[in-house]
Design a protein around this ligand. Structure first.
Ligand SMILES: [Zn+2]
Length: 474
């Protein structure tokens, strides 16, 4: 920056300060100092990172209903109980219990090109193929609409292969995911309606990889349940290329997955009571369950340990928030959302007032900002804090966002739903795979996320989110 520029910047800064009323300026300085302390502590304490290590390495993958999910409940309860919070409790919720069974087998069988193994993973909730497995001809489509147009005659007795890739032109990878995931969720029902015997879905990923990405699928009560698997993006490209050479090739898939009776599980909740408005609640959370492959590190171990870290930062700094802050480890986000629904149901039945709910479920990557799903006044209020947040790289304060677990709270009073937004470029390299492991999480990036969440939670706890006059600081 040249001297002339510096002078101009100084003049602009002075004009800005002059426009801020004295009181607001005082708050601004105090708030800025508090936020700085959150970052100082988060970046130098290893507690959240060690928590993540325990959750991912000692407990590991923790699909709803599994013994590991139960261990994660007990562990997170104990971690929060040691923190001297005002209240730590479990909230009962019945969850589905799906088990993958044997490692899946996926094989392309071509009369012309021989047999080739490809990596597949059963989709969550899928039925198995039986011990013999199933083999059938394959019909490739790019969309549910294209499948519809083919009609029963071309689909009956076949495996439908949904192969629409991520649109990599999207800068935010979540948009690419949203643009492709209808195949995974809705594919099996649409295919079964036309008489298909199985479904393969191209993995939800930006890159060409050997690893398959699982994820939940849906069945309908009145439509036959057919086995459905994700195929790695590399395998999908291979299958698609071979189909062009040999349209009669067959695919063999073997999966022994099954759904067992529901299991009693829990949301785990830790709370710091508000000093001035204890009845106004701010939720900060992630989901404790994960897919059964990998270690559930980015999805969503980081969201859980970050939420716990938010409470730790308040305790450590000796800050008694004006409003109540609740860290919630939701259960069963991945294949049922029962925990999120139960939380909202209980909140409603108790007449609780939620000011805001913030969810971290987009990975433990470098923070970029927050997506705010709220009314105009709430959004405007968050924008008044922009200058407190941007020094930490939190520039992306846009509307929309929220999160799956907090979604069921929508419409309860004027609760604002807020999604923590880290950088999204690498999330779908790991999401729902065997390689979503502790080693892929960068300690500092994850810690920055926790401090970012603490900063926003702090501002909401101090000033609420009612809109109102806090317009002075811009
Ligand atoms: Zn998740």
């Amino acid at each position: 920056m040249s001297f002339k520029h510096r002078l101009r910047a100084f003049a602009a800064g002075a004009a800005f300060l002059a426009s801020v009323p004295a009181m607001a300026q005082e708050n601004y300085t105090a708030d800025s100092t508090t936020i700085r302390k959150f970052y100082d502590s988060a970046l130098t304490s290893h507690e959240s990172y060690e928590n993540l290590r325990y959750l991912t390495k000692n407990i590991g993958a923790r699909l709803s209903g599994s013994p590991q999910a139960a261990a994660a409940v007990e562990w997170s309860r104990q971690v929060m109980e040691k923190m001297g919070l005002d209240r730590v409790y479990l909230q009962e919720v019945m969850v589905p219990y799906w088990v993958r069974g044997d490692k899946e087998i996926g094989r392309i069988l071509s009369g012309r090109n021989g047999s080739q193994e490809v990596n597949i993973l059963a989709l969550g909730s899928s039925v198995g193929t039986g011990l013999q497995g199933l083999s059938a001809q394959v019909v490739e489509v790019q969309s549910l609409e294209e499948l519809e147009k083919l009609g029963k005659k071309k689909v009956k007795g076949k495996i439908v292969f949904f192969n629409r890739a991520f649109d990599n032109r999207h800068v935010h990878t979540m948009a690419a995911y949203s643009g492709a995931v209808d195949q995974r969720g809705g594919g099996p029902v649409a295919a079964a309606k036309l008489g298909a015997v199985g479904v393969l879905v191209r993995s939800m990923a930006n890159e060409i990889q050997d690893v398959a990405h699982t994820g939940n699928t849906r069945y309908a009560d009145d439509v036959e349940k057919i086995p459905a698997a994700a195929i790695s993006t590399k395998g999908a490209d291979q299958l698609s290329a071979l189909l062009k050479e040999d349209a009669d090739l067959k695919f063999y898939m073997r999966m022994t997955c099954e759904t067992r009776p529901d299991v009693l599980s829990y949301n785990v909740i830790g709370e710091i009571k508000g000093s001035e408005k204890p009845d106004e609640i701010i939720v900060v959370g992630g989901h404790l369950d994960s897919w059964d492959v990998g270690e559930g590190a980015h999805d969503d171990g980081t969201g859980c340990v970050q939420s716990i870290e938010v409470l730790r930062l308040f305790k450590e700094q000796g800050i008694r928030p004006k409003r109540t802050i609740r860290a919630v480890m939701f259960m069963n986000e991945e294949n049922g959302l029962r925990g999120g629904r139960k939380y909202a149901e209980v909140a409603k039945s108790k007449g609780e007032k939620h000011v805001a709910a913030l969810e971290s479920d987009s990975g433990g990557f470098t923070p970029r900002g927050f997506g705010i799903d709220g009314n105009d006044a709430q959004y405007a209020k968050v924008l008044t804090w922009k200058s407190l947040l941007t020094p930490y790289g939190l520039h992306d304060l846009t509307r929309g966002g929220g999160g799956a677990d907090i979604g069921p709270l929508k419409g309860q009073g004027t609760v604002a739903l807020i999604g923590f937004r880290p950088d999204s470029q690498r999330y779908f390299d790991y999401h729902h795979t065997a390689i979503d492991t502790f080693e892929t999480v960068n300690r500092r990036e994850m810690q920055l996320g926790a401090a970012s969440m603490a900063a926003l939670v702090y501002l909401i706890s101090e000033y609420g989110l009612d809109g109102g006059p806090a317009k002075a600081v811009k």
